[in-house]
Design a binder for this molecule. Structure first.
Ligand SMILES: [Fe+2]
Ligand SMILES: [Fe+2]
Length: 304
């Protein structure tokens, strides 16, 4: 039995704009949205409660599916690196970027590079040498799992929150999934944008969701995890469950769910896998996390 926790979209609070020039681009729209609404919804207090609850659970590894920051300020990347260390060491926590982590183009050393250890293959698999910057997909073998990290995050025009994997990443993904399937791994694909075709408004969607679906159908995957929608969801691509979680820091707001995270318990069963999903969410009293649902899925063994 392996326990993988999944949280997403923490949109870390506690940042400010010290240099107005930093807003002289798309960041201005994100800053306005934060000042108007988001600062009331995404609370450090909620995230702290989640982490306190996680610390009580038997969890082997944590996956974070993007949107750690808000408008991609260098100080936000630094703050998020500090936050990641409170979540766990890099060999216990795996991160992929979301669209807010690529809100505008930022130098790697000042941006995503600060989370590099959490967003790359594990050093013991790589051998010597420094991890490559911005290299996706990356693969981490942990127990029976293979975590495959993708990046659908790239800077877009103002008011756009869409994502794209691109043909190079998709074709590498196809090879990786096929190889890991033949090795019998439980393949968990991490992607920020919901990869279900037609899901989400065009401004927020994964532009190559259809191609992604074809790769997953052809090469196989046991589980796909995503964020971005700030709601809890379960869908399928063929036999593969596709699961989304709400924002880790959020209070309930309009059609968005209050904060919750999932714990996936993965065990071999009848030649395939049994996946138990426990949802742990912020209670209505907003002062603690508690179980808020669970379900079980049977996943057939890889075809090869
Ligand atoms: Fe988000
Ligand atoms: Fe997002």
């Amino acid at each position: 039995m392996f326990a993988l926790a999944h949280l997403s979209d923490p949109h870390l609070a506690g940042w400010s704009v010290d240099r107005p020039a930093a807003l002289a681009n798309k960041r201005i729209t994100g800053w306005l949205s934060w000042r108007l609404n988001r600062h009331k919804i995404h609370l450090a207090r909620v995230l702290d409660l989640m982490q306190a609850d996680m610390a009580e659970q038997p969890i082997d590894h944590v996956a974070v599916t993007g949107d750690l920051v808000n408008i991609s300020l260098p100080q936000e990347f630094e703050g998020a690196a500090r936050w990641l260390r409170t979540l766990g060491p890099a060999d216990k926590v795996t991160v992929i970027p979301g669209n807010h982590d690529a809100y505008v183009a930022v130098e790697n050393d000042e941006g995503l590079g600060r989370w590099r250890d959490y967003m790359t293959d594990l050093a013991w698999e790589r051998g010597e040498g420094t991890p490559p910057a911005d290299s996706f997909p990356f693969v981490r073998r942990i127990g029976p799992l293979a975590l495959i990290g993708l990046s659908s995050a790239l800077p877009t025009a103002p008011f756009f929150a869409s994502g794209t994997l691109g043909s190079a990443q998709l074709s590498a993904l196809r090879d990786i999934l096929a190889q890991l399937g033949s090795e019998g791994a439980f393949r968990v694909v991490l992607i920020h944008h919901p990869p279900l075709y037609g899901k989400g408004h065009r401004r927020k969607a994964l532009t190559d969701a259809h191609a992604f679906g074809e790769v997953v159908r052809a090469a196989g995957a046991e589980l796909v995890l995503h964020g971005h929608m700030h709601t809890a969801s379960l869908g399928h691509i063929g036999d593969t469950p596709v699961i989304g979680v709400p924002s880790a820091s959020a209070l309930r707001w309009h059609h968005k769910d209050a904060s919750a995270y999932n714990v996936y318990r993965i065990a071999r069963a009848d030649g395939g896998w049994r996946l138990t999903v426990e949802i742990r969410g912020l209670t209505n009293t907003e002062d603690r996390f508690a179980p808020s649902g669970s379900y079980e899925l049977t996943i057939p063994a890889a075809r090869h």
